[in-house]
Design a protein around this ligand. Structure first.
Ligand code: AMP
Ligand code: ZN
Ligand code: FE
Ligand code: FE
Length: 319
């Protein structure tokens, strides 16, 4: 391991985040393969320029950005293949809470999990179309073709939000994520069918991967779960908790960190970078080298990739 203290300066004027510690990893990022604004190649280049040692690409319900990110991987930067899986958990007789599960180092072509990701992507299309229909029924002119065109890859609410901004119906993407529009449970929000989180954990594990519960206590995103549910998920095979996340308060972080200790779960930190559409910059929150090593030891579906000094001469890895 290299020096532990914060890295305060870097050669070449490339250090956009002076506080990023040496060996830090940002394990939750999005590209244009889902609802991020930067192409996968730009995400990995920015990661290297920001002084990160490792990054995971975790697009919503897809690994489609992986090949491009791998082909553009700067020398010395490690890339963990991953995805952020939409799922849910039952918390009462008729009450479900939406959860996001970060899946790392699973085999991207393992057919059972790949099929579930494909189903989730199809479900996203149907659901975005239904939101557009609800808007149209109220006389709000948002075209499905426009929403589809705004998404390079997997469709998400941010693309519907962008179309609402373009149509002049809301002032900003943030304004679209409110009860009056497409915020959780909002007027034009539509639910989607998602796997139970225990099933998602099993799918990830059976594909050789390791799962980490994303932003579990981010209460401004909607209903959250309690420690009892997290304890159950730990018994179901959850590998870690995303503790340091921009949407977590200091209190939420402290509670999650304690839970991770009690349940013997790996603690991660990550920016949930989406490009400029959201305020947090790449590397704004990070995972320690020790936690990264623990994740890598637990994942056996595919290897982390590290950029080489010499560009590869063969075809880009397509995994
Ligand atoms: P979806 O997965 O299609 O339901 O969309 C959820 C995604 O929308 C999240 O992963 C974020 O990228 C984005 N999002 C959620 N809340 C907000 C918000 N308040 N402002 C901007 N983007 C948001
Ligand atoms: Zn997103
Ligand atoms: Fe998420
Ligand atoms: Fe995310």
């Amino acid at each position: 391991m290299r020096g532990a203290g914060p890295r305060t300066e870097r050669e070449g004027g490339l250090n956009t985040h002076p506080a990023i510690p040496a060996d830090a990893a940002d394990l939750h990022t999005h590209s244009t393969a889902s609802d991020g604004l930067l192409p996968p190649a730009d995400v990995v280049r920015l990661a290297a320029a920001s002084g990160l040692a490792a990054i995971a690409l975790t697009d919503h319900d897809t690994t489609a950005g992986l090949a491009e990110a791998a082909a553009a991987l700067p020398a010395g930067l490690t890339l963990l293949p991953g995805a952020e899986i939409s799922c849910r958990v039952r918390v009462g007789r008729d009450r479900w809470v939406s959860l996001h599960l970060l899946a790392y180092l699973f085999d991207p072509v393992e057919p059972v999990f790949a099929e579930v990701r494909a189903r989730l992507r199809a479900e996203r299309v149907t659901r975005a179309q239904r939101m557009v229909e609800k808007l149209a029924a109220d006389g709000h002119p948002v075209a499905w073709e426009r929403v589809r065109a705004l998404a390079d890859g997997v469709v998400g609410r941010p693309h519907v939000a962008e179309a609402l901004v373009e149509a002049g119906l809301v002032g900003s993407v943030q304004d679209a994520f409110t009860p009056a529009w497409i915020g959780a449970g909002g007027r034009y929000w539509v639910d989607k069918d998602e796997p139970d989180v225990a099933e998602a954990i099993r799918l990830v594990r059976d594909a050789g991967g390791v799962s980490v519960l994303a932003h579990a206590f981010a209460s401004r995103r909607g209903a959250t779960i309690g420690p009892d549910v997290i304890a159950r998920l730990a018994r179901d095979g959850l590998g870690g908790l995303e503790v340091d996340h921009p949407d977590h308060t200091p209190e939420a972080r402290a509670r999650l960190r304690q839970l991770a200790t009690d349940l013997d779960l790996i603690v991660t930190g990550a920016s949930d970078f989406h490009g400029a559409s959201k305020p947090q910059s790449l590397g704004a929150e990070t995972t320690t080298r020790q936690a990264l090593d623990a994740l890598v030891a637990a994942g056996r579906g595919t290897e982390p990739l590290t950029g080489q000094d010499q560009p590869a001469t063969g075809p880009a890895p397509n995994r």
